[in-house]
Design a protein around this ligand. Structure first.
Ligand code: 6PG
Length: 248
């Protein structure tokens, strides 16, 4: 599936900010606005959180400055991917999000849908596929997440969708067990796939730091259309929030 295959998949909106802190503020404001709209529309707000290090600043800001928002108790939290480690492991995306955000905001415990990183990867992926299908309409045109937060690796991966991995071409299952390149420990991961990510209403891709400069330039310049991060599109919006250091 390429973004062009899907009607309504708007062009990327590229927003440039002076530094990572400004990216996190803009993302927090965007999440707040999307949550208010979602609750007004459907009575709930569904967000998929990104892992890695970039979102940590955003999560801390959400906890510190938006923690009293009325939409938290109506929020359901999912994860775009997870490393296959226990939640207490320093490499856990859930562990990072819990420490920076989830422990500080009133999201009901049943509304936090953790990928079971401690389980056998294929079992964890199959279980999470079921969680997603229980949460969202199986109708292939209905939106899934109101916001899908994503990062980009220097190699162009997003979530744990790595260039050349069959998971990038998966069109049926919504969660898969994958193995990251040897340079990226932990290698065993569970990732959401494009069919569920590209049904998010709004995709927000967060990019900060000079190490992203090459890949951001190639993707936004149209030179790398097949990289996983180039393939993500929200049904309503696709926002790339980039700091100047990550621009060529
Ligand atoms: C992960 C993330 C991954 C991340 C990118 C960027 O589990 O590592 O899901 O896709 O978003 O690798 O990571 P940084 O934000 O650390 O640069």
């Amino acid at each position: 599936m390429t973004p062009a295959d899907r009607p309504g998949s708007g062009a990327r909106e590229v927003e440039v900010y002076d530094h990572a802190a400004a990216v996190s503020r803009a993302a927090a404001d965007g999440i707040d606005a999307a949550a208010v709209a979602a609750v007004g529309r459907s009575g709930r707000f569904a967000i998929a959180l990104a892992g890695g290090s970039t979102p940590r600043l955003l999560y801390a800001r959400l906890a510190a400055e938006y923690g009293a928002r009325a939409w938290w108790p109506l929020t359901e939290v999912f994860f775009g991917d997870e490393r296959c480690v226990p939640p207490a492991d320093p490499a856990s995306n859930y562990g990072m999000a819990h420490a920076a955000l989830l422990a500080h905001v009133p999201v009901p415990a049943p509304g936090v849908h953790r990928i079971a990183g401690e389980r056998e990867p294929r079992e964890a992926a199959a279980a999470y596929d079921g969680v997603l299908r229980a949460a969202f309409d199986a109708d292939a045109t209905a939106p899934t997440f109101d916001v899908a937060l994503l990062g980009v690796g220097p190699d162009g991966h997003t979530a744990s969708l790595f260039a050349g991995d069959p998971a990038v071409a998966e069109r049926a299952r919504w969660a898969l067990a994958v193995e990251a390149p040897a340079t990226m420990a932990p290698r065993q991961r569970v990732t959401l796939t494009l069919p569920v990510l590209n049904r998010a209403r709004e995709v927000m891709v967060l990019c900060a730091g000079a190490e992203k400069r090459d890949v951001v330039g190639r993707i936004l310049g149209g030179q790398a259309p097949a990289l996983p991060a180039a393939l993500v599109r929200g049904t309503a919006r696709t926002r790339w929030l980039v700091d100047r250091a990550a621009l060529p």
